[in-house]
Ligand binder design. Structure first.
Ligand code: NAP
Length: 249
């Protein structure tokens, strides 16, 4: 408790899933949290439930003006932003040939251009705060390839690289920038997927949004010697293959 007291956070895609868990965890640790999302009803409901520690505003991460309004409203309500979690994202399935160019662009727009706009928008506010932490929610799809996920993989590798460039650009302002790489996590995004995708993992289950949120709290509060770094939370999915061992049994 109270590991984030005095901090002002802005969490995108904060109305549900991983973003909602981060909002709750940050508020539990004493932060003031601006929830942003395109889901108006769910965002308002979460704000009402979590009380005075949070506010909600509708903001599409692909809109520069929405970012300006969200940061201004956060400053007016709570003060300068010191924590940003670029969490909003979408997934679209399709092979290279099946994917419509407009869909490819849309995935990059939300998953990569959105976080870039967000970092641009909050950097002056973080300078006013005196320091800051930016957490970019990438994926194991930012560490390896997946079939039929080309747009998503490209966006998440891009976000991993952008994280390192931003860490270098913002270091002199005492702003740390790290990427988080979840494997399969139980959220509305993965609602249509079954447990079979986790069976070859050392920890063969879906992760919970709360497990990701606990890592976000650690990175925001305690990881004071980490920037430009990748933090993997995937049940061991990217560790390697267990198939050879199984065959020897
Ligand atoms: P989720 O349940 O779908 O929540 C994402 C939220 O972001 C939704 O409320 C969504 O609203 C919102 N959003 C979508 N487009 C937006 C936009 N343009 N502007 C603002 N908000 C927008 O997804 P999640 O599973 O919690 O995922 C959160 C992040 O973790 C994503 O970046 C995702 O790629 C990443 N991730 C998830 C997993 C996983 O297994 N769940 C694994 C690795 C990485 P709509 O409903 O309108 O789209």
């Amino acid at each position: 408790m109270n590991r984030l007291t005095g901090r002002v956070a802005l969490v995108t895609g904060g109305a549900r899933g991983i973003g909602e868990a981060v909002v709750r965890a940050f508020a539990d640790e004493g932060a003031s949290v601006m929830i942003t999302d395109v889901l108006d009803e769910a965002g308002r409901a979460l704000q009402e439930e979590t009380g005075t520690a949070t506010r909600f505003c509708v903001a599409d991460v692909t809109s520069e003006s929405a970012w300006a309004s969200a940061v201004a409203e956060t400053e007016r309500t709570f003060g300068p932003v010191s924590l940003l979690v670029n969490n909003a994202g979408i997934v679209e399935f399709g092979s290279i040939e099946e994917t419509d160019p407009a869909v490819f662009r849309r995935v990059l727009d939300i998953n990569l251009f959105g976080p870039w706009l967000g970092m641009r928008a909050v950097a002056p506010s973080m300078r006013r705060a005196g320091d800051g932490v930016i957490l970019n929610v990438s994926s194991t799809a930012g560490l390896m390839g997946y079939a039929s996920l080309g747009a998503y993989v490209a966006s998440k590798w891009g976000l991993r690289g952008l994280t390192k460039a931003a860490a270098l650009d913002l270091a002199s302002d005492n702003i740390r920038v790290c990427s988080i790489h979840p494997g399969p996590i139980s959220t509305p995004m993965t609602a249509g997927m079954d447990d079979s995708i986790t069976v070859s993992q050392p920890i063969p289950r879906f992760g919970t949004p709360q497990e990701v949120a606990r890592m976000a709290v650690f990175l925001a509060a305690d990881a004071t010697y980490s920037t430009g770094s990748e933090f993997v939370i995937d049940g061991g999915a990217t560790t390697g293959s267990m198939i050879l061992n199984s065959e020897q049994d």
